[in-house]
Design a protein. Sequence first.
Length: 318
Amino acid sequence: MDIRAPDQQYNPYRIFTREQWARLRDDTPMTLEPGEFERLRSMHDRLDMKEVEDIFLPLSRLLSIYVDATHRLYQAQRQFLGIRDRKVPYIIGVAGSVAVGKSTTARVLQALLARWSPRPRVDLVTTDGFLFPNAVLERQGLMQKKGFPESYDLPTLLAFLSDIKAGRRPVRAPVYSHLTYDIIPNRWIEIDRPDILIVEGVNVLQTGRLPRDGKAVAVVSDFFDFSVYIDADEPVLRDWYVRRFLALRDTAFTDPRSYFHRYALLSDEEATATALAIWERTNLANLEDNILPTRPRATLILKKGADHVVESVALRRL
């Protein structure tokens, strides 16, 4: 994995093979029980004991180093400035394409980090809740661009993250339903000053257009202390998306309340053609134009192969 511009000699990342990365686990204990893997795993992802041992336990160990160093720096700054400030949560961003396994990664990290001693409070928020409601997207002609940067209520998301970093309590986030494919009216989750917050979403590493006058322009990743990008080749992502669509056709889509209920009776051929059309029209365009360009901004990149197993890890140099 070479994460640099064509004319750039210096690679800002250290690249590890799976075997090299697995050795960095050292003595980090396995705190997940075998029965938990099914709960943490999304429908089509691969998650087993070996994947956690080889990939996520070394990452948990690395994050413990980062979180501890940040906490010590924060305490030293408070002492230097002579201030008594509120506790500032450590925020981890998880980014990547549709169907790449962001939700599984975020849930596994949450489970592992919450079992550090002395049991920090670890919350998880997805940016789906900050999408505009379907009625707004339809009115603005953005339903075919759901998941693109312009489909999110960015001011509300930035205000949420600003309140989290300011230590305000509690802070509310909207709730999204994958069944109805829409924001649930008057439903919220409350985040109450966690030690660590994981923010998962396709476009969380997006940057904004820089102003010509030098005024500050906030972007979501400004609030991150560490970020993970989950990577896979486009043909692999396309195949995973189609497989997930076919699986959902036989499960969630059969519910009459599902936004995609109309696809439940499609044949395999019809469902595959429909999934490919959606991928080409929406998800591939979003990947190429918005998601993949943010990969070099991540602190750490997990590169997956066709079997959903992480094959290599890239860690940004300090």
